[in-house]
Write a protein that binds this ligand. Structure first.
Ligand SMILES: *Cc1c(COP(=O)(O)O)cnc(C)c1O
Length: 378
């Protein structure tokens, strides 16, 4: 009687299998074959970045960016605490220290005023995260970075096809990291890309991605030997992944439009519960419909809502344990300034299912169950 309504379900277009078959028959299965090229072209055309480089995850793209930023021991990197661990871990792997600052309650994104206060002699980079696909205040952040001579690396893992001040997110800083994890709008199961927006970083980016070798330049005939020239790792996905991803990218606009419609339906149907003071809807609307969340009155209310939804077959989730209060965050990072907003919202935030093939009835069912769960709070 309770049909399960999952939190996420990937929209499969008709072309994934066909492209994977073509990749197999083309007998180029390792990275940087024809499908990887098509994904690169799509990303470059769609975002306008100087160069897109597929990686095997968003995490890997962030790790590449940390190497390219030359982040190392003694360096500090400013980021929100309200994010996924990979944002910080990429820099910790290089020996650098994440410095966590609070977020703006209107966007749940890093607060530029707090960023200014967090800058020291040791600061090397800013890593804004476009939470839920909502743009950070990039003009303020880019102005701070220019004043202080800092790199800006956008964690745009959730932000494909979203914009800030009219510019595609991930293309405003020197680098931007995208994710194609199963839970993101467009996916290859696991996957990611680094957008290299500053052409000065491009030659080294190709080397770092190819195990520290000059393989890419060798294949283009620019050098006559293929050898180890820098630090690096294996960051490229196989052609099987790229083939799957290309089918998804070709449908990215439709997939995104469906998510935006689901987002808008939630927003409209939850308005009356907000008017009754039972929850708070998001104050900013993402262009790409990546996440729909609400803030409840307390952690206790959230537990009640999630368990009531679960009893009716609906899967709702929360995140993140703020990095500054996580075991590894306390060990490897430090905070700058108070964390009131982060501490408050991370206890009260709940995310509802959003996926392209959800129906209007599915949304109404979630909203009705939320209303029932909150009945006792009236
Ligand atoms: C998903 C995500 C990542 C990591 O991406 P993967 O592809 O899963 O490695 C990093 N940062 C943020 C904000 C994310 O949402």
């Amino acid at each position: 009687m309770t049909t399960p309504l999952p939190f996420n379900r990937v929209h499969i277009t008709k072309h994934e299998l066909e492209y994977v078959r073509q990749a197999i028959e083309g007998s180029h299965l390792s990275g940087d074959g024809p499908f990887t090229k098509r994904c690169h072209e799509w990303l470059e055309r769609t975002t306008g970045t100087a160069k897109a480089l597929l990686t095997h995850s968003g995490t890997a793209a962030l790790e590449m960016s940390a190497i390219l930023a030359d982040a190392g021991p003694g360096d500090e990197v400013i980021m929100p605490s309200f994010t996924f661990p990979s944002t910080a871990n990429a820099f910790v792997l290089r020996g650098a220290t994440p410095v966590f600052v609070d977020v703006d309650p209107r966007t749940l994104n890093i607060d530029p005023a707090r960023v200014r206060d967090a800058i020291t002699e040791r600061t090397r980079a800013l890593v804004p995260v476009h939470y839920a696909g909502v743009a950070c205040d990039m003009s303020a952040l880019m102005a701070i970075a220019a004043d202080e001579d800092l790199l800006v690396i956008e964690d745009a893992a959730q932000a494909l096809l979203a914009r800030g001040d009219g510019r595609p997110l991930g293309t405003i800083g020197q680098m931007g990291a995208l994710s194609f994890h199963e839970t993101k709008n467009v996916t290859s199961g696991e996957g990611g890309a680094l957008l290299v927006n500053d052409p000065a970083l491009l030659e080294r980016a190709e080397i770092v991605r190819e195990k520290g070798t000059n393989r890419s330049r060798f294949f283009r005939g620019l050098v006559d030997k293929y050898t180890w020239v820098d630090v690096g790792s294996s960051f490229l996905p196989s052609e099987l992944q790229a083939a799957f991803l290309f089918a998804q990218l070709e449908h990215a606009e439709q997939i995104t439009a469906r998510r935006v419609a689901i987002w808008d339906a939630y927003h409209e149907e939850l308005a009356s519960l907000e008017r009754d003071g039972l929850l708070q809807r998001p104050l900013a609307r993402p262009d790409n419909g990546h996440i729909y969340y609400v803030l409840l009155k307390s952690e206790k209310v959230r537990r009640g809502v999630i368990s009531h939804l679960k009893s009716t077959g609906i899967s709702a989730v929360f995140h993140y344990v703020p990095l500054h209060s996580s075991p590894a965050g306390m060990r490897f990072g430090r905070t700058s300034g108070p964390m009131h907003v982060t501490d408050d919202i991370s206890e009260r935030l709940v995310r509802f299912p959003v996926w392209p093939d959800m129906t209007g009835e599915d949304v109404a069912r979630v909203v009705a169950a939320v209303g029932q769960a909150l009945e006792t709070d009236r």
